[in-house]
Design a protein around this ligand. Structure first.
Ligand SMILES: [Fe+2]
Length: 293
């Protein structure tokens, strides 16, 4: 895997805050709302961890917004496939029907992407190691092992991932790809987190989209939270319909309930339920591994 290290810049006057976002799927107003929310919360670093383009079209426009607002990028399966000129999305759904529909979305996603943008996507690393005031974290798309692995909360195994974190001396990792946000403490100072996606709701009957906020209010302390962000989904849905985007991709933006990808979910995630952990904060204190900039 192609892994890149980022720089950590210390500024004693301002607490460290970083937003981690993924899965824009061409949803322009949702991305703008999430970026505004992150800036409002004092984030100086915005990281995008893959799947910029998707079923909403507007591929060229969304890539320019990401180039403009984000300083760290990680390739998702959509970036890897678009850069390679592939027609398939390589999402990796277990249901063939879900994979077929995702590839239909990928055909829409690739409209309007320039050769320059494809060359830029080819430079995105598969993963990034990012220093924070509480230790190093990994940013990846699907999982630390594979770009298109689906890490669901109900199937998550601390026994699988905690030894990997300890071996690499990372305090945690943030992924996306599934569309469903969650966070998990793996040990006193270790975590795993899925930041959710900006491009569609998380199958809970609510139209909000999601991203992760990581803060270090004091040296060695890391606070993790999942932000739930609203935007004018009704106007966007109407615009997509007028542009001929199929209803299967539009209606979830208005209902908050998925029309595709459901058959591939584990039983627990398949149910439409409210109350995903979007309002909780996970606090880690890692006093022994403070990085001084
Ligand atoms: Fe993905």
């Amino acid at each position: 895997m192609n892994v890149t290290n980022a720089n950590y810049i210390s500024d004693e006057a301002t607490p460290w805050r970083m937003a981690v976002m993924g899965g824009a799927y061409g949803n322009v107003p949702a991305l703008k709302a999430c970026v505004e929310d992150a800036i409002h919360h004092g984030c100086r670093t915005l990281a995008f961890i893959g799947d910029a383009i998707g079923c909403c079209g507007h591929g060229g426009e969304i890539l320019e917004l990401i180039r403009q607002h984000f300083s760290l990028w990680v390739a998702g399966n959509h970036e890897q496939q678009a850069a390679a000129g592939q027609a398939r999305c390589a999402c990796g759904y277990s249901s063939p029907e879900d994979e077929r529909t995702a590839c239909d979305a990928f055909a829409i996603a690739q409209r309007g992407i320039t050769d320059d943008q494809r060359r830029w996507l080819a430079t995105w690393p598969d993963q990034r190691v990012v220093p924070t005031p509480a230790g190093q974290i990994l940013l990846c798309h699907g999982s630390p092992d594979r770009t298109n692995e689906f890490l669901y909360e109900s199937e998550f195994s601390s026994a699988r991932w905690l030894p990997m974190l300890k071996k690499r001396e990372w305090v945690g990792f943030v992924c996306t790809h599934t569309g469903l946000p969650w966070m998990r403490r793996l040990g006193p100072n270790d975590f795993a987190m899925n930041c959710g996606v900006m491009g569609k709701p998380d199958h809970d009957g609510d139209t909000a989209v999601h991203y992760a906020l990581l803060e270090a209010p004091s040296p060695g302390e890391l606070r993790l939270s999942l932000r739930s962000v609203g935007y004018d989904h009704a106007a966007w849905a109407q615009e997509l319909r007028s542009q001929g985007i199929p209803e299967i991709f539009v209606s979830p933006l208005e209902t908050g309930v998925w029309t595709t990808g459901v058959a591939s979910l584990p039983e627990l995630e398949r149910k439409v339920y409210s109350g995903r952990r979007c309002c909780e904060t996970l606090i880690l204190r890692n006093k022994n591994e403070v990085i001084k900039g």
